[in-house]
Design a protein around this ligand. Sequence first.
Ligand code: NAI
Length: 684
Amino acid sequence: MDTLVDTEIRGRVGVIRMTRGPVNALGHGLRSAIAEAHRAFEADPDITVTVLTGHGKFFSAGADITEFDTGRKPPLLTDLIAQLENGSKPIVAVVNGIAYGGGLELALGCDYLYLLPEAQLAFPEIKLGNIPGAGGTQKLPRLIGGPKALDIILSGKPFGADAALKDGLAEAICNDFEAALTQIQTRAAEGLPRNRVRDRAVPGTADALDKAAAPHLRRARGALATTAAVEAVRKAYTTPIDGALAWERDTFTRLNTSSEARAQRHVFFAEREARKVADVPSDTPQRPIESAGVIGAGTMGAGIAMCLADAGIPVTLIEQEQDRVEAGLNRIRQIYEAARDKGRISEDEAEARIERISGSVSFEDLRTADIVIEAVFEAMDVKRDVFARLDATCKPGAILATNTSTLDVNRIAEATARPHDVIGLHFFSPAHIMKLLEVVRADKTAKDVIATSMALGQRIGKIPVLVGVCDGFAGNRMFINFNREAQILIEEGALPWQIDKVLTDWGLAMGPLAVMDLAGLDVGYRIRKARGPQSPYPFTTADRLAEAGRLGQKTGRGWYLYPDDARRGVPDPEVEALIHEVSREKGITRRDVSDDEILHRCLWQLVNTGFQIVEEGIAQRASDLDVIFVNGYGFPKTRGGPMLYAEETGLEQVAADVMRYHRDIGEHWKPSALLLERGKMATA
Ligand code: NAI
């Protein structure tokens, strides 16, 4: 037991210090040790107040996740907290560092909270599809009111000592543990009364909470954990605490086994797994990145420059002409100023970020850059020319990256005499916002360039996923096939609004046709024309729309009509007539297509392509593709991505469907060998 907690008696104060390395996870042993130490202090007549604290950087990081699998033995955390609350003496938490989840609930089970400056508090449960389950949803509102408590529970984000004190969560911030103890001893001598959080009234009203909850509920679109969090905090106003705590505990247990929570746990672990590269060990030396260059100050270049500047890296932004430099820098300035005006960043921070980005028309200014990311026009000759010039200019060891979304990174690398320094860094638009970063490994990319790029991705707040070179890399290759299937379904008999509705009802942020309208129908049109006809070619309707100047939202009409600049389109009978005409021209007898067929044909295209990508070694693992779709393509975390959805459906079923589609629909459904193997199907 003595490795789990230390106890000491300081005057009339008994101190329990949790010392379970590395993070004071509240496993069975630690819970028992705290309970035992508390009982001993309760029984000691010389002690009037108990103090609970942690050590090092941790008060407690919360539950011991290994117990999720092995099952939990009493005393459970709720038992331990009840013991602290039912004791005869006041108990004071001195939160010395990280107090997350169950760790924070343990602190809220005390009568008073003192914070050290390093305290970091959070309820991260929502990120795993759950709510706090040991009193957090009832006690936090009693301290800071329902709306603020709801914000904390629904954001899952950590907040520091100053914010906690300001909100009224704690008594004081003390410089160190001794300073806190001195204050507690003084108060103990004065006769510190019990002051259980559970006994306090909840500030504010249920009506005010409902108002605060409304936008969260709208955004969550029925996500179980968000709905439950709102209901839980509401109970703080409407239900006596014991009933509310019982409801919270039951709900926590129920949500833990929900498919949403399973999916979110899958994404959580998949994102961590994605950082690992099989043949690039984590101790691979990295190249220092202290300065960067970005070439092209268009949509992507400007966004990429901002990602780097946000992370404190100075950037030289290169354009062809001075007025383009100015235009790029102005756009960047506007975005930072808007963020400042909305209170997202401080005035000083906005200025510092703007100052970190300087513009130039000369490649000479890239001589000292540790990394250069190219985001010029998507044309092989332009890119190769840029890389040849970078080769002639940049210092040895500089990483030369391309943001191409469709071109062969190997061919770009061959334009230099140092292909080992070349890598793809495929950002998604808008680059300063989207989390996904595909790190594209070319044939000759050096391992330390991969290690450095993966680390840089994390440093600039992205979720980097390693992929290999192929047309569209992982994400776009899958997405294009998904979209192609939507087009085929339209020619067979479905309508765009039916397809979008089926997919958004399932959980996608937007359907594929609405996405085309947002991106502009000219974008895909140009790419298709440049590539020439492909089989199957179901984009005839999309091409006709583009040729008629129906380019989507920006022209007020595309697949949908956007009257009065509306952001949500409405169905258009003209489009429906055009669709019928195209089906007729192609000799297709239109039929009713069921929602179920739409869903599975679109999703199984993603999945079959995904398995091909894994089979070819373009992606390291199927879960990386889920990370890509959740962070780059608006897939809901509560579904966990297409590959998990296929697993949960059963790969045998998916393989059987794909084989049937192959037989009935066409060659583009050729099943991936890996899918057949995983689905235990004999190769067709
Ligand atoms: P853009 O047309 O907005 O910007 C390209 C910029 O590069 C222009 O400002 C142009 O003046 C500049 N430029 C061209 N040649 C140059 C040269 N030799 N030296 C310096 N500057 C030069 O294009 P966008 O959308 O920013 O795309 C750039 C790259 O990013 C392309 O490779 C594209 O495929 C890729 N990409 C684009 C995405 C998007 O959604 N727009 C998403 C992911 C990647």
